[in-house]
Design a protein around this ligand. Structure first.
Ligand code: SAM
Length: 274
């Protein structure tokens, strides 16, 4: 879909874009193709798209995948999409808030791929919700603010490393980050964007029960970045148990959580819950 076509559709439908819904539409064909390529789609794939907008990415997904479920919150865009894709039997369009839908339905997404240019305001909660769902999607190819993308892929000791990095990387390995210039969107956003590619780990690092404990541990450890992690954890565990676990992992009692790797957080979760 060309920019001129996009502008014409919006003008003829008298659709004023809404900033709070993150309505920055991607019109650059090369970038759209790069995103679809990163999803490595085949006709046996099922794809979830959140926020199809006017459908420039949807079009490619329908072409390449076997089944597409696209969830759009904006009634005006949903009505437009129903008409635009009236003949596409492999596409199911839903008018809903995607975050509410994912929370409410608790579906098994394990044989799905998420491919989306996400609405920026709900991008992180949607990703965490899907990652923590009973069966998380096999691949996430998501366009979001560069700053959020950097936080998702960050490693211990990076400036952007934090709760989001750990909650996502418990389930996914980052496989790439493609920067997308602002002028590829209409209207151009004030911030830079990137598409992140995440592939589900072949084996879960922790059981479902311990994954819940991991999330609690990570959030408490990073709740006050300047404080020593051991001191923060004393709120929840006896000091002897903590000291023994830190010693076993060769973690200094003075260490701050931003220096602790994913693997160390995983082992600490196991030791503190054994
Ligand atoms: N995929 C289109 C594209 O690349 O041009 C549009 C992407 S635009 C960044 C985000 C889209 O998500 C908009 O169409 C917006 O209306 C929709 N949206 C915003 N919040 C949503 C939500 N909570 N659930 C579903 N769709 C949402």
């Amino acid at each position: 879909m060309k920019l001129s076509e996009m502008k014409q559709i919006l003008a003829s439908g008298q659709i004023q874009l809404t900033k709070s819904l993150g309505q920055n539409f991607l019109h650059d064909q090369n970038q759209l193709r790069r995103i679809a390529d990163a999803a490595e789609l085949t006709k046996t794939d099922k794809v979830l798209e959140i926020g199809p907008g006017l459908g420039p990415l949807t079009e490619l997904l329908v072409e390449r995948a076997g089944e597409v479920l696209a969830i759009e919150k904006d009634q005006r865009l949903f009505d437009f999409l129903l008409q635009r894709f009236a003949g596409s039997h492999s596409l199911k369009l839903l008018h809903d808030d995607a975050l509410d839908y994912v929370r409410r339905e608790q579906r098994d997404w394990s044989d799905w791929k998420l491919v989306a240019n996400l609405p920026y305001s709900v991008a992180s909660p949607i990703l965490v919700e899907l990652a923590q769902s009973p069966g998380c999607p096999e691949r996430l190819v998501v366009t979001l603010q560069l700053e959020v993308a950097n936080r998702i892929v960050a490693q211990a000791d990076d400036d952007d490393y934090g709760v989001l990095s750990l909650l996502i990387q418990l389930y996914y390995e980052p496989k790439g980050l493609l920067k997308i210039p602002a002028d590829c969107f209409f209207p151009a956003p004030d911030v830079d964007s990137a598409c992140v590619v995440l592939v589900r780990r072949p084996q879960p690092l922790l059981s479902p029960e311990l994954s819940v404990a991991f999330a609690r541990l990570v959030k408490l450890s990073l709740s006050q970045r300047r404080k020593m992690m051991l001191k923060l954890l004393k709120q929840n565990w006896p000091v002897e148990k903590l000291t023994a676990a830190f010693e076993q992992l060769q973690l200094s009692p003075q260490i701050r959580a931003e220096k602790v790797t994913l693997e160390q957080f995983v082992k600490l979760t196991q030791l503190l819950h054994s």
